[in-house]
Design a protein around this ligand. Sequence first.
Ligand code: GLN
Length: 538
Amino acid sequence: MAETKYIFVTGGVTSSLGKGIIAASLAKLLQARGYKTTIQKLDPYINVDPGTLNPYEHGECYVTDDGAETDLDLGHYERFLNVNTSQANNVTTGRIYQSVIEKERKGEFLGKTVQVVPHITNEIKERIQLLGKNGDYDIVITEIGGTVGDIESLPYIEAVRQLMWELGDNNGIVIHLTLVPYLSAAGELKTKPTQHSVKTLMESGIKADILVCRTEHELSDDLREKLALFCNVKREAVIQSIDASTIYDVPNMMLNEGLDTVVLKKMALEEKSVPDLERWDQFLDRHKNPKDEVHIGLVGKYVELQDSYKSILESFIHAGAENEVKVNVEYIHSEYIDDDVLNNKIAKLDGILVAPGFGERGIEGKIDAIRYVREHNIPFLGVCLGMQMAVIEFARNVLNIKDANSTEMDPNTPNPVIDLMEEQKSITHMGGTMRLGAWDCDITEGSLVSKIYGTNKISERHRHRYEFNDKYRTQIEAAGMVATGLNPDTGLVEVVELPSHPWFVGVQYHPEYKSTVANPHPLFVAFVKSALQYKNNK
Ligand code: GLN
């Protein structure tokens, strides 16, 4: 195919309509028809990346192989498409301004007044087209964060308007996602908010080609006609997106609504074959027809907000399907763990995952939970901070080093079993400076993780500043907690396990970022399997 085609996805009426899932589902269908497709998310906030955002603000921060700290929608893209995203797939207003201001300081604008139009809009256009530049993709889907009409998204909308004009017919299309609310008092679905939102888009010079309408009830033919007429789109381009029981149903729902065929027609692309969703459907079938179930506790301090642990929750869905079991995730707030929670809640679970995190809040609860599962042989997976807490718990309660701690929690601890990494010691800026992205890890032959991965060389994604303090390694290993995964260059401890325990694994990295529908992560698959075994042996 000669030129890369561009699809822009905008949102109207309200936020949280699920643009990311629609974009990922469309990409899945186009990919399944044989088109090389990628997705990009443009976020209108001023943070340079979401790395400095608290999960309460914006949900989980997702990390790519190349070390980008990104919006959680990129996680959906990877989980749906099974292809890696990168730094270029997520761009924020902060990043755009940072780069324009850097160019201005270098004198690149040759004395011109630097303005939103054209300088900011040009930078946005460049970032959009960057992904299509090398011919790697037939289709680039760009999701514009925020809601049309927001002050913040105006430069993005203007950049899309210009690009649509520059790309010319058939090379770019706009999909507008809106809400068709149901008024129960009137017993009716209402189209007016959608009409207004399309009009707002028109005021910025953009005509929506396709409407995707989020709704709680089926759109009737009449209603579809009405939306088409008043929103100036073809009847076939009114796509219903009804609430789904799982996000993994959305690609098939969009297929049934013909979203991919309208898109291809608008871009003058062949339909090629019918989308090959065989593997996807097999996964869905296993996900929806589990033969058994397990209850796994997720111990963390952000449990009030499900989006904080998005990738972990999705990894459990993939691993559950792989094992043909339903994984019921029970949230356990790490700040409120007492004897009652331990004896009446944790004791009844089939496995415990202690979540990643930062700062002191809730860590003693995590440590108490780990002690309980270690002593009671309940399967345990510790991720990042969860692994660090497992080391602290072991040092305190097995080695009897009562004041063992991480210098993150107590900078003056006499026994820093977890300590700031050497290269972090000179860092003063918080943004983008953690140990990020994919690093290799050598696995010890014969260890539990070596059996799980089926290989002794792995690469996993990271996001941390602290590490297992090597000074304590001999002592800790002698007492029975073994480091079975090491960075080949620095010796940094990536994995710890307890050979005396049926299933106890702590990992410094984040396996959840690499679990996809097509490749459920082996650690999650094995953890769920061990939870099932534990349950059956009870
Ligand atoms: N706060 C810990 C560190 O920086 C763990 C980070 C995490 O869980 N992602 O090392």
